[in-house]
Write a protein of this length. Structure first.
Length: 329
């Protein structure tokens, strides 16, 4: 284990890459492979405590392969394992069982949910979760008007709405129009007999729609994810003073996270029939044109953009008209 320090440095670098792209498989698999090799070395040298810790970290990565994403809490656990490795190699580390007991004593996130619908929906959140997962307390009402007043007075962390409740869509609209509640994440659970029903709620700005029947774990996971997204938005609001290259990378990452990172992992390989893509590219180029204007303004014209390119939806609409004219001709 003379080269342990170098190996730990390499593992930390890999862990950093996994944190940047928790959905990416290549960095995660490389980290798992190196940890597995380290665990084999610890076994050969009879370093039992070190082997157990490395096996725990490897197990978290194995579980992430099944879920196609690794959670932040699991990454924190792996980071702690890496920090402990030198001490464990010299027989000075604390047993993992002791650390797990300490982890169970630590204060975990506790959230307040407003459930609009039957009490059985709230039961899914009130169940005791597995170790190191948030807990919930719930207010429940089947009445949309009462739910609106409760949301304004109690400001819950998340709202779970049964779409089959009377006036469900009107409630969402009212919550979105109310300054006290417009930023609250809303999870909508419904029968959704047609695809348009779910799309209606998505267009109104809800965090997620879930079709019935659903499992308790699916509902809890959706609430936890919505709360993670809500908390992470605060960090992304601050851009600071990036270079032009950093700004481009940040905006590209925002688009990727919004479209890929927030989608159902099982659907990410599904092909989307877009044709020429006018409906997508028009608003995208409109946003790019606006970003360019802001950059030029904030740099007092020092940054300019050359080269041809559509300047928003108008350019694309014009191109569509021209193509249509040629087709008729």
């Amino acid at each position: 284990m003379a080269s342990l320090g170098k190996k730990v440095t390499e593992l930390r670098a890999l862990l950093g890459r996994v944190r940047v792209t928790p959905e990416g498989t290549q960095p995660r698999e490389e980290l798992r492979r190196k940890l597995h090799a380290l665990g084999q070395g610890a076994r050969m040298m009879r370093l039992d405590a070190m082997e157990r810790s490395v096996c725990e970290a490897t197990g978290l990565l194995d579980r992430a392969s099944d879920q196609r994403r690794i959670e932040t809490m699991d990454l924190d656990t792996i980071e702690q394992v890496l920090e402990d490795l030198p001490a464990l190699a010299w027989g000075e580390g604390v047993a993992r069982s002791s650390r797990e007991e300490e982890a169970q004593r630590e204060v975990l996130p506790h959230f307040h949910a407003l459930v609009v619908g039957p009490a059985r929906i709230a039961d899914a959140l009130l169940d005791e979760p597995s170790t190191r997962r948030p807990t919930f307390e719930c207010d429940t009402t089947p009445d949309a008007q009462a739910a609106f007043e409760l949301a304004r007075s109690s400001c819950p962390d998340v709202i779970v709405l049964d779409a089959d409740v009377e006036d469900a869509s009107e409630l969402v609209e009212a919550l979105m129009d109310e300054p006290l509640t417009e930023s609250l994440p809303i999870i909508v659970v419904g029968s959704f007999l047609t695809a348009g029903e779910a799309s209606l709620y998505v267009a109104m700005g809800v965090a997620k729609t879930i079709a019935k029947p659903t499992s308790r774990e699916t509902l809890r996971a959706a609430c936890e994810e919505a709360l993670r997204v809500r908390d992470s938005k605060t960090d992304r609001l601050v851009l600071g003073e990036p270079t032009l290259e950093q700004l481009g990378e940040r905006l590209a990452d925002e688009i990727r996270q919004a479209i890929v990172g927030r989608s159902d992992p099982a659907m990410r390989e599904l092909r989307v029939p877009l044709g020429e893509g006018t409906e997508i590219m028009a608003p995208l180029w409109g946003a790019i044109a606006r970003v360019r204007e802001i950059v030029m303004s904030r740099t007092n014209g020092a940054v300019r953009f050359g080269g041809p390119g559509p300047e928003g939806a108008i350019a694309y609409a014009g191109a569509d008209v021209a193509r249509a004219d040629r087709s008729r001709g």
